[in-house]
Write a protein that binds this ligand. Sequence first.
Ligand code: FO1
Length: 348
Amino acid sequence: MTCSVFTVSSENFLLGSPESTILALSGGIGGAKLALGLTQAIPPEKLMIVGNIGDDFVHCGLHISPDLDTLMYTLSGKSDPEKGWGLAGESWAVMQAMEDMGGETWFQLGDRDLATHLERTRRLSEGDSLSDITTDFCHKFGIDSQIIPASNDSVRTIVETTEGDLSFQNYFVQNRCQPIATGLRFQGADKALPHPEFIKILQSPFLKAVLICPSNPFLSIDPILAVQGVREALRGCSVPVIAVSPIIGSDSVKGPTAKYMRELGLPVSATAVANYYSDFLDGFILDTQDEKDASEIRKMSISVKVAEILMKDLATKTKLANTVLDFSNNCSKRSLNLQKNGLKSPQL
Ligand code: FO1
C-alpha cells in the first residue's frame, strides 16, 4: 500500500528525524483502524506493528491468528468494513457445506479467508515461524509496514469466568462474552520469547515513539505485555510511550472492554485505563467526551491530549494518527515529569 495523504504536521514529524520508526502495539479491529491511519500519516515502511497472538487458536485443525489477519486485511484495504474482521466480498460456501453436514460453524471462516489459515497451517507444520509466514503474507497483500507477532511462541488467553475457564474464542465468539469474567491468564506467556525485532526496536536509536492502539487493554494489549521482558523493555525505553483510550464517554467503543472492567470491579473510565498502563506510560489521548478525566490522569504525571478519537472513516483514522504523532513529538518522558514534581519513578 502506498502512502498517500501527508499533512503538514506529519511532514514536520518526518523532517525532525528521517530515520524514525514508530512502533504500535495492537489487537484486532480498533487497533487496526489506527494502524491504517498511521500508514497514511507516515511512510508505511516506518511503521512496525506488534500484533496480539493471545486470540490465536487451532480450529478445525487450522491455526487461526485473528488479530494478525485483521491487521493484514485492514492495512491492505481488503477487510470487511462492516464486520471489521475477515475479507470484504467474501463467499461462505465451505461454511454452508459444513452446516449441511452438522459440522462446527460457530467460528465463521470465509472461503478466501480459509486460504490464509490453510497456508499458514501448512507452513507452520513444515517448521516456518509465525513471523516469517506473516511477513510473506503481508508482502503478498502489498503491505509496506512490518506486522510481527508479539512472539513466535504460543501465548493463549484464557478467560476465567464464573462458568469456568474458557479459551479466548470460546469466550468471545462462541459465548458472545456473556459469561461473567473473574480474571484472565495468558498461557505460555512467561515462557514465550518476544519477537527479536520487537525488543531490538525498543532499544533502537531510530525508534521515535511507541503507540498503544485503542485496543482492549486486558484482552488485546496485556497478552503482548505478558511476553517475557516486554513490560520491562517498555518501562526502560527512552522514547515516549503513548496510549489512545479505548473508552469513549465512559463506555467501550466496541467489544467487551467496559463489560470486563465492570466485572473486575474497575471503574469504566479513561482514567482507569491510563492508570492500568501507568508503569510505562508517558502520554494518553482521550476523547473530548471524557475530558473530565484529564486532570486525574495529569496527576499521575502522564501528559494528556484531548481529541475526537472515534475513527469512522479513512479521514478520521488519518486525522487521529496525525494527532497521535504530533502529541508523541511534544510529549516528554514521564520520568522527567516525576523528577520535576519531586516524585519517584515507578520501580523497574
Ligand atoms: N468474530 C466473530 O464475532 N465471529 C466470528 O465468527 C469470527 C470469525 C473470525 C474468523 C477469522 C478471523 O480472523 C476473525 C474472526 N472473528 C470473528 C474475529 C475475532 O474473533 C475477534 O475479533 C478477535 O479475536 C478479537 O480481536
